[in-house]
Design a protein around this ligand. Structure first.
Ligand code: AMP
Length: 632
């Protein structure tokens, strides 16, 4: 995060932060008129593992977050994770959880679940107190960032949390010195991060949240309200309502890691002996390898796994995405069964679901995206980081409560033009500023080099003509185009800005039907002031930019034409009369001369190009005639 991302808080303003207090990881975020963003720690990390380590003797907390998580295997009895599973629950409610928790859980007052550190005479903590240690860490992170005390927060909880669990979350805040001004349902927060429910009427949204250890799916009714009232949730009796929720408290990415670990262990035994046993540290190493391979397979088709087993033994194999998906198919089916169940409870049909918001790290897996998209047959929202989307939404809710969000730029019209980079650093605009949304535009492009199989699509925002003066929104690659001469592939790039300002860019090569796409939440970071400045700049530099853009186009055209002429000369040059050949060479030299100048006169350059093109009409005819003779 650059220093300019830091908030510029006027003196005396008491910020309200948004907190995602998660089972595995927690985050803190802030939203002002520039949009929501995560507050990182001093090392630039966004996630705080929801893990606390205690000293067995004193019972005091000694490490929080990464430091606690990284040594969990060494201190199984003193490292507390997943404490969220115990919040506001009785010991009887959590019996089923105990098998998963290596630390000691005992009965407290009214048979509530408590954590005991250091055995029988050890110290007993309530889950609220342990959550407070995590919240205090996030509060301190925010205070370091703002350079002033932070006292108020919006905290998210799962939609299915009952009153006792919600109250326990508020209490955890109070213990940490935070006034929890609003508890927001996690799916509602995720939808708010995408601006769903803040404008453009009502909509029915599904939120699919598949994390490391838990899965939730919720159906929400997001309602438009004017004047900053949007963004409540069912608990507050406000506009946005959770219609139904379902899920599985033991379904997540960890299951996939476990399947890969079992595969690795089975194969190691087969190769190196059935009697091999695996101590906890080795199993932990397997889990790390397994997760890394799984994550790699979200991007690539295969991932190498290599484990040193000591005594010169090495286990090696390559895991393919197909193998992973064959293993994970029944696992994904369990999540979809919950989706079917939530649809039944909501009494809606999948056709009624307009959008699906994807939350949780495991929604990066292609198999998950494919199955969910198939099931709902609706557009998936994946532009925001799925690990951060709940915290970002909590911050949006906080800014609404603080009255900050009113100044936020609403994307009823597209405030700045959207386009893509073309050869030589120029920008081709697909959608111009002030187009009302939703908006759609398609433009055709091609390749510049013979045999080019990949094309980079760089999405830009701004009024200026050159890439260097516009703002980069993201980029992606269209790969696997069959090798063809330059200019032959037919690439169609489509921009679609939906009613919430989310931009979907897709590219398809029509001859091969290869496709690629990206989703972007544009301009969250722009204030009205910045938009005005960028517009003013574009007027001031208009003439200069036009010339520069023209030169880029001329250079691109000149290179393409020169290459075509060189090919034709190579083919028929030997049989041509010398004077004509010399004339062509001269015209080419003139064009090359302009190409080599840093700032040629555009008119003269264009004239040289036209002269060269005219002079080579006969050459092209000779070349075509020769080709015809050869092929007839
Ligand atoms: P969360 O609980 O939302 O933080 O999600 C954590 C889970 O997401 C873990 O099981 C991770 O292994 C998984 N995860 C994170 N990134 C990816 C990825 N790129 N592909 C597949 N799984 C991922």
């Amino acid at each position: 995060m650059s220093p300019s991302d830091k908030p510029n808080l006027p003196p005396g303003v008491d910020p309200i932060i948004g907190i995602d207090l998660g089972t595995t990881n927690s985050l803190v975020a802030w939203c002002d008129e520039r949009g929501p963003r995560i507050i990182p720690d001093e090392q630039g990390r966004n996630l705080l593992p929801s893990v606390v380590r205690f000293d067995a003797k004193t019972g005091q907390a000694t490490a929080v977050g990464h430091a606690a998580r990284d040594h969990a295997v060494e201190y199984p009895r003193e490292t507390v994770f997943s404490v969220k599973r115990l919040m506001g629950r009785g010991l009887e409610d959590v019996r089923g959880e105990l098998a998963y928790l290596p630390y000691e859980v005992v009965a407290g007052e009214h048979n509530t679940a408590r954590v005991r550190i250091g055995g029988e005479s050890g110290r007993v903590y309530s889950p609220q107190e342990i959550s407070a240690i995590i919240l205090r860490e996030l509060k301190a992170r925010a205070e370091a960032w703002f350079g002033r005390p932070v006292r108020r927060a919006v905290v998210t909880v799962p939609a299915y949390f009952d009153d006792a669990q919600r109250q326990a979350t508020r209490d955890a805040g109070r213990i940490a010195g935070l006034d929890v001004v609003r508890i927001v349902n996690e799916p509602t927060a995720a939808a708010l991060a995408y601006n769903l429910g803040q404008k453009h009427g009502d909509s029915t949204v599904a939120v699919f949240d598949l994390g490391g250890g838990t899965f939730d799916v919720s159906i929400l009714r997001m309602q438009h309200t004017d004047g900053g009232g949007a963004g409540g949730d069912s608990s507050g009796g406000d506009a946005n309502q959770v219609l139904a929720t379902s899920g599985d408290t033991h379904l997540g990415g960890d299951d996939v890691d476990r399947m890969i670990v079992e595969l690795i262990q089975g194969e190691i035994r087969q190769e190196f002996g059935e009697s091999l046993s695996f101590p906890p540290a080795t199993r932990q190493a397997f889990r790390t390898f397994a997760e890394a391979a799984k994550i790699r397979l979200s991007q690539e088709r295969s991932a190498p796994i290599e484990v040193e087993l000591g005594q010169g033994r090495v286990y090696r194999r390559t895991l393919t995405r197909e193998e992973l998906e064959a293993m994970a198919g029944p696992w994904a089916a369990r999540a979809l069964a919950c989706c079917a169940s939530v649809m039944r409870s909501s009494k809606l049909k999948t056709e009624d679901i307009e959008r699906v918001v994807m939350v949780g790290g495991s929604t990066r897996m292609p198999i998950v995206r494919e199955r969910v998209s198939e099931f709902f047959g609706a557009e998936l929202y994946t532009a925001l980081n799925p690990d951060e989307v709940v915290a970002l939404g909590a911050a949006v809710q906080a800014s609404i409560l603080a009255g900050i969000n009113r100044g936020m730029l609403l994307l009823d019209v597209i405030p700045l033009s959207l386009g893509i980079e073309t050869m030589g650093g120029a920008v081709a605009k697909l959608i111009t500023a002030n187009t009302t949304i939703p908006a759609r535009a398609t433009e055709k492009f091609s390749t510049y080099a013979d045999g080019q199989t990949n094309v980079k699509i760089h999405v830009l925002q701004g009024e200026r003509e050159l890439v260097k003066d516009c703002r980069s929104l993201g980029q992606f690659e269209l790969r696997g185009i069959p090798p063809m001469p330059a200019g032959l592939p037919k690439i169609e790039v489509t921009f679609l800005v939906d009613a919430n300002g989310v931009l979907n860019v897709s590219a398809v090569e029509r001859r091969s039907e290869k496709t690629a796409k990206i989703q972007i939440v544009p301009n969250h970071g722009l204030t009205q002031e910045e938009v005005r400045r960028m517009e003013a700049d574009s007027l001031a530099y208009a003439q200069e930019d036009m010339t520069e853009h023209r030169l880029i186009d001329l250079r691109n055209q000149a290179r393409l034409d020169l290459r075509a002429i060189e090919r034709q000369l190579a083919k028929v040059g030997g049989a041509m009369d010398g004077a004509y050949r010399q004339e062509i060479e001269q015209k080419m030299e003139a064009v090359r001369g302009y190409l080599s100048q840093p700032q040629p006169d555009a008119e003269a350059f264009a004239a040289a190009l036209t002269t060269m093109d005219h002079a080579t009409v006969r050459l092209a005819e000779i070349a075509i005639a020769k080709t015809l003779r050869e092929t007839m």
